[in-house]
Design a protein. Structure first.
Ligand code: CP
Length: 306
């Protein structure tokens, strides 16, 4: 990677992605490698998180480093009016790496411009979630045995879902075919469709979530309708239950189909899907630990083969 920070998946070349995925596989074989001894990482979470924060913190701990940070910004001096710039400069005095989630799009990029300490974007508004993309790519390659020429169906909130926006960019090196299934209010934004057009990526848009689409699919990527991004809660109520995946909808699906979801789930995947061997979202979240260990070593310039 050219930059020390990882703020967007488009910073990663195909070679960068494949190297990080190979390193993630080595961490899956042995996650306890003391490569961060003497180093301190900060996790600054201005927005809620379960998986991203805890897997990053576990990653640092298993690498022998230490973690400071917060998961509730109301307990920090930002609640007294401290700017993001000053917060980042202060934390930079203490740590070797900053992992941050913020509600404002572009916040991680801005942070990377005000400090020399590497920044990892753990989600900025509806924009990007590059470490999620890396674990998604890891999960796709692990379950399909390849990344090339797969049909990926994305379902749900494609407007606000930063994970699907990042995944399109991450998959763009690997000749995917996309199906975008969303209600009109939550369609894939023009920015992402223009990206597909520019890079020659095939996609179709649908408002109906049918078995016919599922049966053509290798990776079914379900997403939650993100209540926190709506300014009009009546609109949220109208669309929140529009697509629910049930087990019986998978009866004629491909053998290799795997169901991914960045989680948390609300009710877009019925609980009867969980016992289907094609459900992969729990293992997907586990893969986040290994992908994040690989990302941390990448941004800190640490060779994992030492
Ligand atoms: N996938 C994801 O970002 O989950 P959390 O919001 O729990 O971190």
């Amino acid at each position: 990677m050219k930059s020390k920070s990882l703020v967007s998946i488009d910073q990663c070349s195909k070679e960068d992605i494949l190297r990080i995925l190979d390193n993630a596989r080595k961490f899956e074989e042995n996650p306890n490698r003391k490569l961060l001894e003497g180093k301190v990482a900060a996790t600054l979470f201005f927005e809620p998180s379960t998986r991203t924060r805890l897997s990053f913190e576990t990653a640092v701990n298993r690498l022998g480093g230490r973690v400071i940070g917060f998961s509730d910004a109301s307990t920090t001096s930002s609640s007294k009016g401290e700017t993001l710039k000053d917060t980042i400069l202060m934390v930079s005095n203490y740590v070797d790496l900053i992992i941050m989630r913020h509600h404002l799009e572009g916040a991680a990029r801005y942070a990377s411009e005000v400090t020399d300490v590497p920044i990892i974007n753990a989600g900025d508004g509806a924009n990007q979630h590059p470490s999620q993309t890396m674990l998604d790519l890891y999960s796709i390659r692990k379950t399909q045995g390849k990344l090339d020429n797969l049909t990926i169906t994305m379902v749900g909130d494609l407007k606000y879902g930063r994970t699907v926006h990042s995944l399109i960019v991450g998959m763009s090196h690997f000749h995917p075919t996309f199906h975008f299934v969303a209600p009109n209010e939550l369609r894939m934004p023009d920015e992402q469709k223009n990206f597909c057009d520019k890079h020659g990526l095939k996609y179709e848009e649908h408002t109906d979530f049918t078995e016919d689409i599922i049966n053509q699919t290798d990776i079914l990527y379900m997403t939650r309708v993100q209540r926190e991004r709506f300014t009009d809660l009546e609109e949220y109520e109208r669309v929140k239950n529009v697509y629910i995946l049930r087990n019986d909808m998978l009866r004629n699906s491909r053998e290799n189909l795997r169901i991914l979801h960045p989680l948390p789930r609300v009710n877009e995947i019925a609980y009867d899907v969980d016992d289907n061997p094609k459900a992969y979202y729990i293992q997907q979240a586990r893969n986040g630990l290994f992908a994040r260990q690989a990302i941390i070593c990448e941004v800190l310039g640490i060779s994992i083969d030492e």
